[in-house]
Design a protein around this ligand. Structure first.
Ligand code: APR
Length: 227
């Protein structure tokens, strides 16, 4: 089977009711990144950071995958599909995608503040101050914050280099190193980009100017002609 590699972002989950970050009405219009999404913010006010992610976790538990997520899962019938997502939600997995690599962490998990290998599932939506790891440290959200390393980036680069087809869905391509992955696509590999808004990308690609749900449907039609 041909390798179909997908890089997804917040727009993928927008139709599931999860806000994006940089669009009109996006999260970063309402919240100050430096107060909720950096290690310094966590050191300064863990309660504020925890409340931010608890709210998001509560919303995720009330959200469902959309037709875009299901469409990608369905493409596994025709392709070896690997999803590389910047999203911390689990909607790709809940839609049935079997290979999902999270670059920026997972909202439903917490990790130790002293040992990043100690990762735990969060029961329900609330992570509390006082919840600790087996080494006694405060648990923190298992999220890659601004200024932190992206441990999965090398694995992602390797996957992208093997792509026979590369698809970008619902990301403004503003955040690195994730946005730089497109530069690891082998020359001559077909690239598709699905987004209702234009996105600055400096390679040749087929633009499907649609929301994820409709865009994935149109992508499927194009891909079937390439089989
Ligand atoms: N379908 C597809 N794309 C959409 C939809 C939709 N329904 N709605 C909006 N979009 C597009 C927007 O046009 C934009 O290009 O999704 C993109 C969202 O961009 P951002 O809000 O910048 O989100 P993303 O690129 O995922 O952010 C990257 O930044 O804030 C950090 O760590 C966070 O992973 C995140 C990273």
């Amino acid at each position: 089977m041909k390798k179909l590699v997908v890089l997804s972002g917040a727009g993928m989950s927008q139709e599931s009711g999860i806000r994006t970050f940089r669009d009109m009405g996006g999260l970063w219009e309402e919240y100050d990144v430096t107060e909720v999404a950096t290690p310094q913010a966590w050191a300064k006010n863990p309660d504020l950071v925890n409340r931010f992610y608890n709210e998001r976790r509560k919303q995720l538990l009330e959200s469902e995958p959309n037709a875009g997520h299901y469409g990608l899962a369905d493409l596994e019938k025709l392709f070896d599909v690997q999803i590389i997502t910047q999203n911390i939600d689990d909607l790709h997995e809940r839609a049935g995608s079997s290979k999902v690599l999270h670059l920026h962490g997972e909202l439903k998990k917490a990790r130790s503040s002293v040992d990043e290998n100690l990762i735990y599932d969060i029961d329900g939506w609330e992570l509390k101050i006082g919840d600790s790891c087996e080494k006694g440290s405060q648990l923190r959200p298992h999220i890659v914050w601004f200024g932190e390393a992206v441990p999965a980036i090398e694995e992602a680069m390797r996957i992208v280099q093997q792509a026979d087809i590369f698809v970008v869905i619902g990301t403004s391509m503003n955040v690195y190193p994730a946005a730089g992955l497109i530069n690891y696509v082998k020359r001559g590999t077909p690239i598709f980009l699905i987004d209702p808004n234009p996105v600055d990308v400096y390679v040749n690609f087929t633009f499907i100017q649609e929301k994820a749900s409709k865009g994935v449907e149109l992508l499927k039609e194009k891909l079937q002609k390439m089989l």
